[in-house]
Design a protein around this ligand. Structure first.
Ligand code: BES
Ligand code: ZN
Ligand code: ZN
Length: 473
């Protein structure tokens, strides 16, 4: 993150310096310090801004639209600063409107921090990031601002870690890279990391995970991170799919392979949540399991029609090597159940093309048998704009798993219900855990928007879980 210095000022000398002034939409036009802004130029519509310069500095009026929504405030600030980097090289003043509550200021700050995220990892000529401290002076009457600033910083930092892990190519964001990130989290109090390598995975019997890794030279890592504060209110278990590259295996992908560096976004989200929890010293215990490996084609790779085993001991017929995510998740879920017995278990995974076909990047698909968790996550998602929509786990789909030769098969071989049968497969390994949730993020993790020319990471997941836990209080 850039070097920020943030002050709260009560005394508003609103004429001096550069200012960002958020404005709600007003059809009658906007008046600021006695000056009318021409209505045909700016009335505060969402996604618009108006720049006025004078000898005192710049005033940037930022359109917020007709309602105050946290994710829209974040987006407005992030877009403004991302698109107009040269306007504020050393900082700015932020005039916090009277009707803003704490969460609105927090959302604005998150947008400001996210705007510093850069994709130009490998460019000779990078966007110049000033070495100077970036000074933000916040004019507000809100009392808790210092705490809010830190909260926003932690959330943005964790989200940017997720984005970076997802955006880096598979040659860099390897299982070892993710494992190193997990180890680096142990610099925070109350956090321990265990990395299970290939040898140990073999000796303890993570068979489904190892089958997927079989065709790759890249060392697989089965990552376990435990954040365990002494005042923990509840124990939450997380599992994240981290296929660092998904070629499809022998059922090789003929479409969209270019995007498959994003197939570790579930694992990245889960590691980002751990970073956020540790930074915030949250009062929940959270245990994360992230099976990480490449899925490649090779002499040793697993083949369609192979029958493999799993950590749980169930046999699995491979009907499609491209349905690899559910295999590593199955072992991840079993590991979490056997070693930690969390009260709530949530997995995040870029699991199916079917979810992308259904929802695009509008929302993630949520599967659970627990109605209250469904409701809580739905509400949290609506609030912060990381939406989820409930999908069924009906027994009508049981037949999608039935194999002639093994306990289950990994792909239904049917032209419909792909996201549901994938979820049913995972459910088979949850041992009827009463509070398990599966979130298929295939459409929302890697998106097209105004922040880049091509698809890039959204950082989906950290904000959703933050909001959910906050509302649980
Ligand atoms: N990683 C893919 C799912 C995916 C698709 C993620 C698009 C992000 C964007 C997953 O491993 C996969 O290949 N799923 C297949 C399974 C099918 C072949 C059994 C799918 O859903 O198409
Ligand atoms: Zn696949
Ligand atoms: Zn995949």
């Amino acid at each position: 993150m850039k070097n920020y210095q943030i002050f709260v000022i009560k005394d508003k000398n609103t004429l001096q310096g550069d200012w960002i002034i958020p404005e709600m939409e007003n059809e009658d036009g906007i008046n600021y310090l006695g000056q009318d802004i021409p209505k045909e130029v700016f009335i505060g519509k969402k996604g618009t801004h108006f720049l006025q310069t004078s000898e005192h500095g710049k005033w940037v009026f930022l359109g917020i639209g007709t309602t105050l929504k946290c994710n829209e405030i974040t987006l407005a600030f992030r877009s403004l600063l991302h698109q107009n980097k040269a306007w504020f090289t050393n900082g700015f003043h932020l005039l916090v409107p009277k009707n803003w509550m704490e969460e609105h200021l927090e959302a604005a700050l998150v947008g400001i921090f996210l705007a510093s995220y850069q994709l130009d990892f490998y460019k000779k000529k990078k966007d110049v990031v000033s070495e100077n401290t970036f000074v933000i002076q916040i004019a507000t009457d809100l009392n808790n601002s210092e705490k809010l600033i830190l909260k926003a910083k932690h959330l943005a930092q964790a989200q940017m870690s997720v984005m970076r892990m997802v955006d880096l190519p598979a040659s860099e964001a390897t299982p070892t890279y993710l494992a190193n990130f997990a180890v680096s989290l142990t610099q925070h109090p109350n956090i321990t990391t265990k990395i299970i390598d290939k040898e140990e995975a073999k000796s303890i019997g993570l068979h489904a995970f190892l089958s997927v890794c079989q065709g790759s030279e890249e060392a697989p890592k089965f990552i376990v991170v435990d954040y365990h504060p002494s005042n923990a209110k509840k124990h939450i278990g997380l599992v994240g799919k981290a296929i660092t590259f998904d070629t499809g295996g022998y059922n090789i992908k003929t479409q969209g392979m270019y995007y498959m560096k994003c197939d570790m976004a579930g694992g990245a989200a889960v590691l980002g949540i751990m970073e956020w929890a540790a930074l915030q010293q949250l009062s929940y215990r959270i245990t994360a399991v992230v099976p990480a490996c490449d899925s490649m084609v090779d002499q040793k790779a697993y083949k369609p029609s192979d029958v493999i085993s799993s950590y749980a001991g169930h046999s699995i017929e491979i009907t499609d090597t491209d349905a690899e995510g559910r295999l590593i998740l199955a072992d991840g879920i079993t590991y979490l159940l056997r070693h930690f017995q969390p009260e709530i278990m949530i997995d995040f995974a870029t699991l199916t093309g079917s979810t992308v076909a259904t929802f695009g990047s509008v929302c993630a698909a949520l599967f659970t048998n627990n109605e209250s968790l469904q409701q809580q996550l739905f509400t949290a998602g609506q609030h912060v704009g990381e939406k989820v929509w409930p999908m069924p786990l009906w027994n009508d789909f049981d037949s999608h798993l039935e194999s002639d030769v093994a306990d289950v098969k990994n792909y239904s071989q049917k032209p419909f219900g792909g996201a549901i049968s994938a979820a049913k497969f995972l459910e088979y390994f949850t041992e009827n855990h009463p509070s398990w949730v599966h979130i298929d993020i295939a459409g929302v993790a890697f998106v097209d928007d105004a922040f880049a020319k091509g698809k890039h990471a959204s950082g989906y997941g950290v904000t959703l879980v933050k909001q959910w836990l906050q509302e649980l209080e």
